[in-house]
Design a protein around this ligand. Structure first.
Ligand SMILES: Cc1cc2nc3c(=O)[nH]c(=O)nc-3n(C[C@H](O)[C@H](O)[C@H](O)COP(=O)(O)OP(=O)(O)OC[C@H]3O[C@@H](n4cnc5c(N)ncnc54)[C@H](O)[C@@H]3O)c2cc1C
Length: 232
């Protein structure tokens, strides 16, 4: 077994490729976006993830690019501070745990695998298990054969949908919807985050290193019936 196909170039995909390369395999990545998804929110590297990035030799690079939020405030509808916290306490971070922007993390992992081919603007439409490996049909109609396919294409994995019936697995609905976007830093915050919560809804606004840019996250409780997801 040698040719391995990995779907999704975000966090899991490049990490899987790194370890596959180290074990002597020849992975190929495919990503449906037209480039790396640089956006996104802060993620915490904590616990076992710290051990993994240490073994990959990138803990230092991650620490260099870590978020540097200095103040975390809960505000009311008028923007008055209700409570103020140390960001490390607010994020429950301990010891070597480190918070980094998702896009920066993806770039660090991709930099580790410059020789792994990554095909952008490409998706999969069919996976056909054969006696010797898997026949993969791509969105542009081309067909390739691989020894193994790894789905690293996220929460709504197309790989999973192509391989399994919905009755084969259980998705746990946590009853929450979340949406994150980059916006201009109109509140002119610097290394600061603010949180507002009311009626089972919350808004989080953060601006860190780039003074012109902020990330905003909307979160609300919702039952499944009111959620409409756009399938590819
Ligand atoms: C607000 C927020 C905060 C978070 N905070 C944390 C945190 O603090 N700590 C933490 O560990 N996690 C956190 N997470 C979760 C974290 O972002 C995810 O666990 C992580 O991104 C999952 O990585 P992944 O590589 O498995 O999937 P994803 O990041 O979802 O990436 C999947 C990739 O596959 C691509 N793709 C999808 N379908 C196809 C297809 N058909 N063909 C080709 N490519 C495809 C996508 O474009 C994407 O690039 C947070 C998430 C959110 C939304």
């Amino acid at each position: 077994m040698n040719k391995i196909f990995v779907v999704g170039a975000s966090i899991a995909g490049p990490v899987v490729c790194y370890w596959l390369k180290k074990a002597g395999y020849a992975p190929t990545l495919v990503e449906k976006n037209d480039g790396l998804r640089k956006g996104g929110y802060a993620v915490d590297i904590r616990g076992i993830a710290v051990d993994v990035v240490k073994k990959m030799g990138v803990l230092e690079a991650i620490a260099e690019q870590r978020m540097s939020i200095q103040l975390s405030r809960h505000v009311d509808t008028e923007g008055h501070t209700l409570r103020q916290e140390e960001p490390e306490t607010a994020g429950f971070r301990l010891g070597e745990d480190v918070e980094i922007s998702r896009g920066d993390l993806v770039q660090i992992f991709m930099d580790l695998i410059p020789d792994v081919p990554c095909h952008f603007s490409q998706s999969i439409t069919q996976l056909d298990q054969q006696k010797e490996g898997v026949e993969v049909t791509f969105s542009d109609g081309s067909i390739e054969h691989y020894d193994l396919v790894v789905g690293a294409d996220g929460l709504h994995s197309k790989t999973r949908r192509l391989v399994f019936l919905e009755s084969d697995y259980t998705k746990v609905d946590l009853g929450a919807c979340i949406s994150v976007a980059n916006i201009p830093n109109f509140l002119k915050l610097r290394h600061e985050e603010i949180l507002f919560e009311a009626h089972n809804k919350s808004i989080h606004y953060v601006s860190d290193k780039d003074p012109n840019l902020a990330q905003v996250r909307f979160m609300l409780r919702s039952d499944k019936s009111s959620i409409r997801r756009v399938e590819e």
